[in-house]
Ligand binder design. Structure first.
Ligand code: PNW
Length: 472
């Protein structure tokens, strides 16, 4: 049912699991700052200071990875652990040693690493110079990326430059509910998204020119998107709103990489309509890509998709006089009452939305190779080790991936469950648990215990891996 080299994975990110926030010469990141400054919006004032303590307990994580029978593990590097000030002038040798050990241990266990360079945790030193709003950040990110390709690229063959630029832009710089907590609706998010794309493109071109021949890996950018369909399929207004909804999430980052080298036309025109109404100059909010810079088009060796949920869409309800992404987009996503909602309110469980989104990606972005780099199901409230609902979820979602492969001909190369471990779920702190393994955060050793869904996922992997063996 699955190709022999299909990647069966699970994912984590540095700030969410590592802890050791200031040990061994690590520099602070914007999430350290965001959590430590009082009055912020993190659940019960929690932080990732210790979390799963994977910095000390990596071998416990490896045990979990082996128990699941994963073929791949997706982790992220903490930029400020490697480069405490964000720049290569000062390298933290202990950080380098830590990630070398992680990568070597994975390979020794026959598990291939997929490495994300940036998962929301900008070095604070760079934030102090303007962070992602500053145009200089693209070149600084590029040199950090080159440092990582140089240090680990002999062994790492799957790279993600940036995780979910949409979330960094929107939650970090529009809503201000993620670090760095900037609230500049309708302005900063577009600039941040733009500089993230510029940084990604530079890093991809560097890899292409300097490392690809020698290292032979692949580089992409992880894009998150809901699946969206019209609330009333017969309504032209709902259909047009759905197109805008997708353009403002998936299209924002995928169009430049896969289609035109620029933002989707409908995104640009919607923004210009509002700009005109509000008296902003044309082109003053969504920047243009300069002809003198490395081009965006073609800078993804595969499509990296983070999928969690779906929406049914109608035209927006927010007043046109308001400056912001929502008003520009003019589209409102609603949860179908038939969809169960798991844990957090935004997470309606819609497995077949993944299949539809994969088909859409195939048709819209010229049939790319696709890795589903994140997908998961959360738990809130009292811990339920016998999480039968989540077991059902993993069965359903893998079924949808199989259908996308076999019936729709989507070139799906792998699936990464979010997450290996319960961890620090950003603004929700430890109140939301996505792990295949439960972590007891009240005990110093942070013991990891497989949920029933963890054992179930291990069973799914071993079943399909042995079937693909038989196929040969
Ligand atoms: C992703 N939202 O982020 C991240 O890549 C993970 O670090 C995170 O733990 C996971 O999804 C689960 O939330 C998101 O509010 C954060 O819509 C927030 C949202 C979506 C994705």
């Amino acid at each position: 049912m699955f190709p022999t080299n299909f990647a069966w994975g699970a994912a984590t990110s540095a700030y969410q699991i590592e802890g050791g926030w200031d040990v061994d010469d690590k520099g602070p990141s914007i999430w350290d700052t965001f959590c430590h400054e009082g009055g912020r919006l993190v659940f019960e004032g929690q932080s990732g200071d210790v979390t799963c303590n994977s910095y000390e307990l990596w071998e416990e994580d490896l045990r979990c990875i082996r128990q699941l029978g994963l073929t791949h593990y997706r982790l992220s590097l903490s930029w400020s652990r490697l480069l405490p000030e964000g720049i290569t002038r000062h390298v933290n040798q202990k950080g380098l040693r830590y990630y070398n050990k992680v990568i070597n241990d994975l390979l020794a266990s026959d598990v291939l690493p997929m490495v994300t360079l940036y998962h929301f945790d900008l070095p604070q030193a760079l934030q102090d110079q303007g962070g992602w709003k500053s145009p200089e950040i693209a070149a600084i990110f590029d040199s950090y990326a080159c440092f990582c390709f140089e240090s680990f690229g002999d062994r790492v063959k799957l790279w993600i430059t940036l995780n979910e630029p949409y979330v960094c832009a929107k939650l970090g710089h529009e809503d201000g509910i993620f670090a760095p907590g900037v609230k500049e609706p309708g302005m900063a998010a577009y600039l941040v998204g733009h500089n993230m794309l510029r940084g990604h493109a530079r890093a991809w071109h560097s890899y292409n020119v300097l490392y690809r021949a020698k290292q032979g890996g692949s580089v992409s950018l992880a894009i998150n998107s809901d699946w969206a369909e019209p609330l009333d399929p017969a309504s032209p207004d709902d259909t047009a709103a759905t197109e805008r909804y997708l353009a403002f999430t998936l299209g924002w980052f995928a169009w430049p990489l896969f289609v035109t080298g620029d933002y989707p036309e409908v995104m640009r025109s919607s923004i210009e309509v509002r700009s005109k109404e509000l008296g902003y100059q044309e082109g003053s909010r969504l920047p243009r890509f300069s002809k003198d810079e490395p081009s965006l088009l073609g800078t993804a060796d595969f499509f990296a998709l983070n999928y969690y949920t779906s929406r049914r869409v109608k035209p927006g309800e927010c007043c046109p006089g308001l400056l912001g992404l929502k008003s520009d987009r003019d589209a409102e996503g609603v949860v179908d009452p038939s969809w169960p909602v798991c844990g957090v309110s935004w997470l309606a469980v819609v497995p077949d939305g993944l299949r539809k989104l994969l088909k859409y990606i195939k048709d819209t972005f010229n049939n790319p190779a696709v890795y589903i780099t994140e997908n998961g199901f959360s738990q809130v409230g009292p811990v339920d080790m016998e999480d039968v609902q989540r077991c059902g979820f993993y069965h359903d979602i893998i079924q949808e991936v199989a259908r996308a492969l076999r019936e729709d001909g989507v070139d799906v190369r792998g699936y990464f469950a979010w997450s290996l471990l319960d961890n620090f779920e950003w603004a929700d702190g430890f109140s939301v648990r996505f792990g295949l393994f439960h972590v007891d955060f009240s005990r110093p050793k942070r013991p990891r215990t497989a949920y029933r869904s963890g054992r179930e996922y291990a069973g799914i992997i071993s079943k399909y891996r042995s079937q693909t063996m038989v196929n040969i």
